[in-house]
Design a protein around this ligand. Structure first.
Ligand code: COA
Length: 270
């Protein structure tokens, strides 16, 4: 008797270039997996946007964004470049995707094991915090292609490290070694290469255990405040200060302080 023919392999689903793992501990990990260098192709940017919208609609406790061991992301997919029309489309996708990442209403941490260049650095800048390998390199090398950053590199980088340092990086295109990135505030913490994801998850877990609804309002006040005048920012803070008192966690946190002292509250996230 003939052996039954082997079943046809199921058709493979379209490969996810950006995957979102919602973990049992309430954290979400967004992982880029696009070939050797995680180029941020238009399809990667579309998937990144969809991931950020999903994490905004149904927020986890905190989010870690990561790439591969060698490359966080090497920037826009240069093979898709053409003239001004392509630039308009690619720039528009960067704007939409990275704004959506920046707007996730939870703490976001970029875990940078390898290089983060161009759009890769811009993606890291759209996160709230950056944990990097002590062998990582970051930079905005667009000028070496005769172009300028188009994913926020002239704006978010400047707000983080100041105009002179941003101009140094953007006008020379040089790659910043990890120690210098830490010194100028481009990254927040350096760890051994094999500890990057673990440390980012540890920080994310600490944040996720906090009052995440209040964190979302604080993040919004800080980020929106950077776009407007001091007076406008202070007005926004007042508005959100009132709003936060409508959360369960505010009632719980204040009551816990009065009954048990500081830092003892267990928050619900609502
Ligand atoms: N877009 C498209 N392809 C890219 C790319 C990008 N941003 N960055 C690298 N690649 C491709 C290379 O052309 C090469 O393709 P090949 O294997 O078909 O020859 C492959 O990825 C590997 O790159 P390579 O330079 O050989 O690997 P490496 O390990 O020596 O260096 C990087 C990796 C990321 C440090 C280096 O490729 C680099 O500096 N890339 C450009 C970064 C950049 O300028 N970003 C801004 C874009 S606007």
């Amino acid at each position: 008797m003939c052996a039954a023919p082997a079943p046809e392999p199921a058709p493979s689903p379209v490969d996810a270039l950006v995957s979102v793992e919602r973990r049992g501990d309430g954290l979400a990990v967004v992982t880029l997996s696009n070939g050797k260098v995680n180029a941020l192709s238009t399809e990667v940017l579309r998937q990144l946007h969809a991931a950020a919208v999903d994490l905004t609609d149904d927020p986890p406790g905190a989010v870690v964004v990561t790439g591969s061991d060698r490359v966080f992301a090497a920037g826009a997919d240069i093979s898709e470049f053409g003239g001004p029309d392509e630039a308009r489309a690619i720039g528009g996708l960067f704007r939409t995707a990275l704004d959506a990442v920046a707007d996730i209403p939870r703490a976001t941490i970029a875990a940078i094991s390898g290089v983060a260049l161009g759009g890769g650095c811009e993606l890291a800048l759209a996160c709230d915090f950056r944990v990097a390998s002590n062998r990582a390199r970051l930079g905005q090398p667009e000028i070496l292609l005769g172009i300028i950053p188009g994913g926020g590199g002239t704006q978010r980088l400047t707000r983080l490290v100041g105009p002179a340092r941003a101009k140094d990086l953007v006008l020379t295109g040089r790659q910043v070694p990890a120690a210098e990135a830490l010194a100028i505030g481009l990254v927040d913490e350096l760890v051994e290469p094999d500890q990057v994801l673990a440390r980012a998850l540890e920080r994310a877990a600490e944040l996720a255990a906090g009052a995440v609804a209040a964190q979302a309002l604080a993040k919004r006040a800080i980020d929106r405040g950077l776009d407007i005048t001091l007076g406008g920012g202070l007005d926004l803070e007042q508005q959100l200060f009132v709003e936060v008192f409508a959360t369960d966690d505010a009632a719980l946190g204040v009551q816990s302080f009065l009954e048990h002292g500081p830092g003892k509250a267990t928050f619900t996230g609502h």
